[in-house]
Design a protein around this ligand. Sequence first.
Ligand code: NAP
Length: 548
Amino acid sequence: MAMHRLGLHFRSFCYRSPQLGFLIARLASLALSLARNWMSMEPQAAITRLKELGLLRSQGLIGGKWLDAYDGKTVQVQNPATGEVITSVPCMGRRETTDAITSSYDAFSSWSKLTATERSKYLRKWYDLIIAHKEDLAFLITLEQGKPLKEALGEVIYGANFIEFYAEEAKRVYGDIIPPTLGDRRLFVLKQPVGVVGAITPWNFPLAMITRKVGPALACGCTAVIKPSEFTPLTALAAAELALQAGIPPGALNVVMGNAPEIGDTLLESRQVRKITFTGSTNVGKKLMAGAANTVKKVSLELGGNAPCIVFDDADLDVAVKGSLAAKFRNTGQTCVCANRILVQDGIYEKFADAFAKAVKNMQVGNGLTEGAVQGPLINEAAVQKVESFIKDATSKGAKIMLGGRRHSLGMTFYEPTILTHVNEEMLISREEVFGPVAPLLRFRTEEEAIHMANDTNAGLAAYIFTSSIPRSWRVSEALEYGLVGINEGIISTEVIPINTFIYISMYILCCPFGGVKQSGLGREGSKYGMDEYLETKYVCLGNIKDE
Ligand code: NAP
């Protein structure tokens, strides 16, 4: 009973109001029917439609102009499910990035001077356009990233909601008045935009990782140079096109892509760029942090995880299986908050492993555009080879393959959803992010042992606990060295309502801070806390106030 109350806390909040419940149901059925209609469209027809709408862009955006690389170099964007080349985009570098920074710097002087209400209106318009084109953007995400179309649609709604949320937050950037210690003084605190922001984003959430940064940046009055991953630039370019259509002024948003180290170095070296916000691997994040030291920029980092998912003997088995499945296999295991290690207590280990295997077996692998597919391809061959090397390391040290463990018969970069048992802490898979559809099951005996195992890593992004004990859920949550903790819930990183295990509808009423501790990052994104990352605090002292 206690477990039931605890586990459904999130959802019961949303369902409390019948009107809200009705709205959720409407949204869910709308999203599903849209996804169904869209799925029936031939990929070629969908691409033609994107071209007609101006949403299939193959140039960078600098100062409001669509441009090729200055030396004409390009890089191909491929569909990971088929290997087909979708289009080519410019391979930009130092010169283009310098121009993008200049245009952002110029735009800052006017964009930052707009009233919060004016900026809010532009952002709202951008949100409306993203929502109006949600199927187009979802299709693009599936095409270049591979995630199933319904999951992509969930990302679009989730990503759009950051724009809407920060359109509202723009109006709530308050300062302070501090009681003076001397009678002839008045003391004020102002919040001001930091300036030009360099936003570097990964391929696994081609839209949402951008909007989670650019939404608050623009809302505060900052301007930005976005550097999407070379694997998924098309969604970023389409979103930028919609920003232009929304009237966001030229230069306020620029998009460059291509030579990542060169673009990164140019952003780091520029004195005009006052903030770097990065989502991606821990290694690249550390390089950016070191590089930002020379010009003492503000830095926010959303880096890799090594999420433990702890299943205690007293867990509700169904809840634990469903939650672990969602936490592990979302986006085919390619999210920073994916459960990387499933720690199962001795008394429930066998029962959990059997039930989990049954659920994993039921997942359909396929091209994300195929009806029913819930597991897409991995992003590229290197990702498959990483998965293979982790499995080889684990089995050479005694792990057993309970399910999967090989490339999928579909070929390309499809991999069979895999479960490993007899996994121990010495194996690579326990120490590093596998970023693929492999669930290693580790056994523990006591609560203390589980906490020790969970914390024995440099990462500290997300952790999950399954238990029916409220005291234990508090004890363990407090002891875990992580920025996010899910209790009896496998989907915690987004403000969403799950429709089923892999499909979510975003709820803008539930914005929570996202970010890691230890080597998983610095700063928070989303929620009211996400605004602080783009604001400077200025103290103003008004002195010598004399009686007239
Ligand atoms: P990545 O290799 O670090 O790439 C991330 C971004 O950095 C890409 O745009 C990449 O460009 C760029 N980049 C690479 N080298 C660079 C350099 N020297 N200077 C400047 N930029 C550089 O990571 P990924 O493989 O795309 O993403 C997966 C990682 O992201 C995982 O570790 C995952 O856990 C993490 N992640 C974290 C969060 C979070 O919120 N904590 C969310 C999502 C993902 P190119 O792609 O063009 O090379």
